[in-house]
Design a protein around this ligand. Structure first.
Ligand SMILES: [Zn+2]
Length: 281
């Protein structure tokens, strides 16, 4: 599948810039232009609620202002829930996110796929795969030309380490990873934070999923606080130990193109910091 061809790495905010205040998408997009940022991840984390009118407006403004969009599905997703109705609702939430992405011109959606629920990892993989297969087929049948991206998760209780996400992506032609580098760092309680480790991730993705995966990337980054159980909370980059400089060097070295979404609490400030540093390399 190919819905967007990228010529560079784009820097996006996770949701509207803070300085948007109570204003709407129009103003948010203006601010992105003013800050020389490249786009936004639409945050449907508490539910996919966006009117038809807003979808049209966002699509039009995205085109007018030449922005890149992605979307984040609701947090209430667990494709491995023991309750069937919850699994079905989770599938539905991911599909609704895909429909909203398609309507607004977002190229990729991401979601936290499942919890292990203390079950055998192989069993959980197969359950997630079955559900993602339904979603993948639905997207094909309904011409939803949007990448489906399970995200690398931040806690050991959540399904989705790098290997699982890459392995799942190999099974479907419209599935690729969303690599949250802060989650990988937190989940491993401090690893994945050197140039060599970042390079290793990019090498794995390129080798297993092809160059297209590196030229059509969807990643998340923020400062992060973590402990033995993984992610605690997001931090401002400079107030954390997240080695964003070496990550950006690795991106440049590997020719990564696509979207890097900044999820720091000071959203646009860190997005600008990342873009400025990347340009200086
Ligand atoms: Zn996420």
């Amino acid at each position: 599948m190919q819905n967007f061809v990228f010529d560079k790495l784009n820097f996006l905010t996770a949701g509207m810039p803070l300085s948007t205040g109570k204003a709407s998408y129009n103003r948010a997009f203006e601010i992105l232009n003013e800050l020389n940022l490249d786009g936004m991840e639409l945050e449907f984390v508490h539910g996919v609620r966006m009117s038809e009118e807003t979808r049209r407006l966002v699509k039009q403004e995205r085109e007018n202002k030449n922005l890149i969009l992605t979307a984040h599905a609701p947090f209430y997703v667990n494709l491995n829930s023991k309750e069937e109705d919850k699994v079905e609702a989770s599938v539905q939430r991911i599909i609704e996110t895909g429909l909203a992405a398609n309507d607004t011109g977002a190229f990729s959606i991401t979601f936290h796929a499942a919890f292990y629920m203390q079950q055998d990892k192989e069993e959980v993989f197969n359950k997630v795969k079955t559900r993602v297969s339904e979603i993948s087929e639905y997207f094909h049948k309904n011409n939803i030309n949007v990448w489906i991206r399970p995200e690398t998760t931040g806690k050991g209780t959540q399904w989705g380490d790098l290997e699982e996400i890459v392995r799942l992506s190999k099974e479907f032609d419209n599935v690729l990873p969303c690599i949250d580098f802060s989650h990988l760092h937190a989940r491993s309680a401090g690893a994945y934070n050197t140039y060599d480790e970042f390079a290793q991730i990019l090498e794995t993705v390129g080798k297993e999923l092809g160059q297209k995966a590196l030229e059509n990337f969807h990643a998340h980054l923020a400062g992060i606080d973590y402990g033995a159980k993984g992610e605690k909370k997001h931090l401002i980059l400079e107030e954390s130990d997240m080695n964003y400089k070496d990550l950006l060097k690795a991106f440049k070295e590997f020719g990564v193109k696509g979207a890097l979404v900044c999820e720091s609490p000071n959203i646009e400030d860190d997005a600008v910091l990342l873009k400025e540093y990347y340009k200086s390399i």
